[in-house]
Write a protein that binds this ligand. Structure first.
Ligand code: ATP
Ligand code: MG
Length: 208
């Protein structure tokens, strides 16, 4: 499939562990692309996320390949290995800076779910991050966008200018649930794209 080329002015960046990628991620990215008229969305699987020491992540190569399989049919979507290639923990601010250097002059929209945005605004140096790019908080079952504003407002001033809320079709899908289902031998059909489901089966991922 030929991907979009040419000068990029509005760029979406979708970060995540994508362990594995599922329809919740894809619906949020596509919703942002359409609503904000983004030229493209780059999916960036995290290398070693500083905030997720808890569970053993699947191999970065597997997460990268699954992301590639999931986005292949959308000409506006791309996957990048920048966080995976970088040694040590990945910091979003470094990733955004890297992307800005690759696409000089582009407006960057970092797409997250409503749960992740709450984590992000409590990070150190959030002001610097907000000076570099916009954030898009996609609705996610269990997290209300109106409650989000109250919480965000307690941390930063004028959040509505730099953090945009976006309602997307609610999909109560999470990678945690998908991993658990695989471990328990349950179906994951229709929760994620078929090529990703096939990859998980072929590589016997998440079985323990
Ligand atoms: P895990 O359960 O391992 O945390 P996850 O399903 O939350 O996985 P992540 O890779 O952590 O997926 O999420 C990447 C980004 O996608 C985050 O910003 C997250 O909020 C967002 N996201 C994940 N699932 C959904 C969903 N169902 N709807 C909207 N946004 C989502
Ligand atoms: Mg998550």
């Amino acid at each position: 499939m030929r991907k979009s080329t040419g000068r990029v002015c509005k760029l979406g960046v979708m970060g995540g562990t994508f362990d594995p990628i599922h329809y919740g991620h894809l619906v949020a990215a596509e919703g942002a692309r359409e609503e904000l008229a983004l030229d493209k969305v780059i999916f960036i699987p995290a290398g070693k996320p500083p905030h997720k020491p808890g569970h053993d992540l699947a191999d970065a190569g597997d997460r990268y390949l699954m992301t590639g399989l999931a986005i292949d049919s959308n000409i506006f979507f791309e996957v990048s290995s920048i966080e995976i290639d970088r040694p040590g923990p990945s910091y979003t601010v470094d990733t955004i800076q890297f992307i800005m250097n690759q696409y000089p002059g582009a407006e960057i929209y970092f797409i997250t779910g409503a749960d992740a945005i709450l984590e992000i605004i409590t990070w150190k140096n959030v002001e610097r991050l907000l000076s570099l790019c916009y954030f898009v908080a996609a609705s996610r079952p269990g997290y209300r966008l109106d409650e989000l504003w109250e919480k965000v407002g307690a941390f930063i001033q004028c959040p509505e200018k730099k953090i945009l809320g976006m309602e997307v079709p609610a999909l109560a899908i999470s990678s945690t649930d998908i991993r658990r289902r695989v471990r328990e031998g349950k179906t994951i059909k229709y929760l994620l794209p078929e090529p990703v489901e096939e990859y998980i089966a072929k590589k016997k991922l998440y079985r323990r």
